[in-house]
Design a protein around this ligand. Structure first.
Ligand code: ZN
Ligand code: ZN
Ligand code: ZN
Length: 366
């Protein structure tokens, strides 16, 4: 049987040796969930996994959370050390960190309030960001993770399909966003991570916050949303036309669709990530929209909505099987309109698999 946590811990330790990190310290975060399966609440009491290169990892938890930690897979891989309300948990950190440790890595989401106390207790240590170790490992998903991403993507697809069929004119952005959230939950997402609905000129802002704007005929409508399955995120964007679009908007959309298609088709193992960005950008440059494509082409996705690899100019990291990321070019014309098409894809041994398959042709809705 495939044992994901044992496999992850050994891949992480291999990389720790490569980059000369003696131990990794992570608090409640996707890192902790990834490493030992413990989905811990982020609270003011210290919860900390101390993962040394060799020897048993230790999970330090507040006494009142012992049962919660023990009911996770963590005890299979780590010794549990609890601390009571009057104990000093930073003293436990000092005890369990292997003697002679010189460079340790702190989880990127470890609160500064904890890190500062640990640094005060262990002033001789040199520090690194744990993402330098964990980023490349977490970027390559194992089969169970890809399966969760695929199921999350299928739910997002179903909601995007239902959006195409429903009436949107006369509804506010906020009400449509609420409807999307409900649909995601009813179709099986355990949690909604976000729902962007942006109509007309509001769509020129890529991360527009849905408001009281009423959706009207003549608008382009950008809907970008996601939820989680087994902790893994979906993230899809579809652009709709409320009534027949103006010729200029239709032309822009045709270029955008081609840009997204070319970028997805470019994906294959070994290709530098920035080349996927260039594949989309070349099409939009040639069509005269390059200046209006104001963000990178994509981001990795997994336990976090945004994680490595970054699909952006300047990132020459080679794509590898198991990497999952978004391909989401957009065109943003301030004061007029905006549009974006986004799918999650995963790099396979031979090329690429799309995890979103909802129709992306120019959809005219009512
Ligand atoms: Zn975004
Ligand atoms: Zn998105
Ligand atoms: Zn995205």
């Amino acid at each position: 049987m495939f044992a994901p946590f044992a496999d992850r811990l050994s891949r992480v330790r291999e990389r720790m040796l490569d980059v000369d990190v003696d131990a990794i310290l992570v608090g409640p975060s996707p890192d902790l969930r990834y490493l030992v399966g413990y989905h811990a609440p982020a609270l003011e009491r210290l919860t900390l996994l101390v993962l040394p290169t060799v020897g048993e990892p230790t999970l330090i938890v507040p006494q009142l959370e012992r049962l919660r930690a023990e009911s996770s897979p963590a005890p299979e891989f780590a010794g549990i050390r609890t601390w009571g309300e009057t104990d000093d948990p930073f003293e436990i950190v000092r005890q369990v960190l292997p003697h002679g440790s010189s460079t340790v890595a702190a989880g990127d989401r470890l609160w500064a309030s904890f890190l500062l106390r640990i640094q005060a207790a262990l002033p001789e240590l040199k520090w690194n960001a744990a993402s330098t170790v964990l980023g490349p490992v977490r970027a390559r998903k194992d089969p169970a993770e890809i399966d969760a991403l695929r199921r999350a993507g299928a739910i997002a697809d179903a909601v995007a399909g239902a959006l195409r069929e429903r009436t949107v004119a006369g509804v506010t952005e906020r009400d449509l966003a609420r409807w999307i959230r409900r649909e995601l939950l009813e179709r099986g997402s355990e949690r909604v991570t976000f729902a962007i609905v942006a109509a007309g000129s509001n769509a020129a802002s890529p991360h527009h916050e849905p408001g009281d704007r009423v959706i009207e005929p003549g608008d382009t409508l950008v809907c970008d949303f996601g939820g989680t399955v087994d902790g893994y995120c979906s993230d899809i964007t579809r652009t709709f036309f409320v009534g027949t679009p103006a010729g200029e908007i239709e032309r822009a959309y045709a270029a955008l669709l081609e840009a997204q298609e070319m970028a997805v088709e470019a994906v294959r193992p070994g290709l530098p990530a920035e080349r996927v960005d260039a594949a989309a950008r070349d099409v939009l440059d040639a069509a005269g929209y390059g200046e209006l494509f104001v963000h990178r082409t994509g981001h990795g996705i997994g336990l976090e909505e945004h994680e490595p690899p970054w699909i952006v100019a300047g990132n020459d990291q080679a794509l590898a099987p198991g990497m999952a990321f978004s391909v989401e070019p957009g065109i943003y014309a301030a004061g007029r309109f905006g549009m974006r098409i986004e799918d999650i894809v995963v790099v396979t041994d031979a090329g690429v698999e799309r995890l979103n398959n909802a129709p992306r042709d120019a959809a005219v809705v009512r």
